[in-house]
Design a protein around this ligand. Structure first.
Ligand code: ADP
Ligand code: MG
Length: 362
């Protein structure tokens, strides 16, 4: 160790800080795509196309028909912590958009090359193509034809990060499947949006991995993602817990969505296609996942359920600002939430017993 041998502390240079932090926001292929899809949804898009070349190794392009980026935002869209969505920490509590930290585009600039083509209602059918440098500053712009919306292309992901690039290349199949799983979650939860994901591999035809129709309801979206064969085996979940229980106070909680019935033909051998959405945000919720799997496996010990479960709870009860990818959530009333989920699932997995307990209460 030579640095700091004199015991002095020194600030890390701004450029290095940017690169270090960027590597934490954009950790892999899936988060890159997730951030771009979230931006398109935040922009009110009803059509979002994710186009990959070589599973994203060569390029990731997300095309949307959202509101576009107005001229005033061209120079600053990729600046770190510049956002059009919040102005202060206090705004996070009620934030309705997926993004709010202004980190994604700046991080993508640091880990790859970013080009944005955008047009607003005012400028369409003319737009502008914007190229950004690694530090997120606008490097070049050209006038182009563009309908309202935004296209963001990222090429050479992790080209300057040899260890990550090597890891990505080695595990590209696994990384691609994780990416697909992530896009599937947005496809299920984004009502009114046509979301597609295609992958063009070298010398091969483009394959469509995800495709939803804007008019599809939640069941149709879930089936589009999880497979048509599942349709007869899906049960819908519907449960409302009116806040305070006898033991603890809490806000109202609504559970909805679909889960495969507790029969062997409805289950799977692997725990995939298991999706949670809290207030419309796809997220990891390990305790809830364990609960669903355990309840299911009490009936079908060798199988796992397929599910897409939405939970609506007062925004003040959750904190999504835990991890850079916002997938981890902290729930203030987690026991009540798990309890509500248990109730909802009991009705599906043990219909006779729940009918019995209801009649007993009456
Ligand atoms: P955040 O989403 O947290 O604001 P991002 O770095 O993801 O940060 O995006 C920065 C800004 O760029 C956004 O606040 C938004 O104003 C603009 N932007 C990014 N993508 C799009 C898009 N697809 N359509 C319209 N505006 C976009
Ligand atoms: Mg964003």
């Amino acid at each position: 160790m030579t640095a700091g041998a004199d015991g002095a502390l020194r600030p890390i240079g701004a450029d290095s800080v940017r690169r270090l932090c960027a590597g934490q926001v954009i950790v892999d292929l899936a988060t890159s795509v997730k951030e771009l899809v979230e931006n398109s949804l935040d922009a009110g898009a009803t059509q979002i196309e994710v186009r990959l070349r070589d599973s994203g190794l060569t390029s990731i392009t997300v095309v949307d028909n959202g509101q576009g980026i107005a001229e005033a935002g061209h120079a600053t869209a990729c600046r770190r912590h510049w956002t059009s969505k919040i102005r202060s920490f206090e705004d996070v509590e009620g934030v309705a958009t997926f993004g709010f930290r202004g980190e994604a585009l700046s991080s993508l600039c640091a880990v790859g090359s970013v080009t944005v083509t955008t047009a607003t209602r005012e400028t369409a059918p003319m737009g502008v193509q914007l190229e950004y440098a690694a530090d997120g500053e606008l490097a070049a712009q050209t006038a182009v034809a563009r309908e309202r919306g935004t296209t963001v292309s990222v090429t050479g992901l992790f080209a300057k990060w040899p260890v990550r690039l090597q890891d990505l290349r080695k595990n590209i199949r696994r990384e691609y499947l994780r990416l697909v799983a992530l896009v599937e979650q947005y496809a299920i939860v984004s009502d009114g949006v046509r979301l597609t994901l295609t992958n063009q591999t070298r010398g091969g035809a483009a394959t469509a991995a995800v495709r939803t129709q804007p008019q599809a309801d939640r069941l149709a979206r879930t089936v589009a993602v999880c497979g048509a064969a599942l349709r007869p085996h899906l049960a819908s979940l519907e449960h409302r817990a009116e806040g305070a229980t006898t033991t603890a106070a809490g806000p109202p909680i609504a559970i909805s969505g679909h889960v495969s019935k507790a029969t062997p033909e409805a289950g799977r051998s692997a725990a995939d296609k298991q999706y949670f959405f809290v207030n419309g945000r796809p997220c990891d919720f390990p305790r809830a996942k364990r609960l669903v799997n355990e309840m299911y496996r009490a009936h079908c010990p060798t199988r796992f359920p397929v599910y897409a479960i939405s939970i609506a709870i007062d925004a003040r009860s959750i904190d999504v600002n835990l991890t850079p990818d916002k997938r981890a959530i902290l729930v203030r009333h987690e026991p009540q939430l798990l309890d509500a989920l248990r109730h909802a699932l009991t009705r599906v997995f043990e219909p006779d017993e729940s009918a019995f307990s209801v009649s007993r209460v009456q």
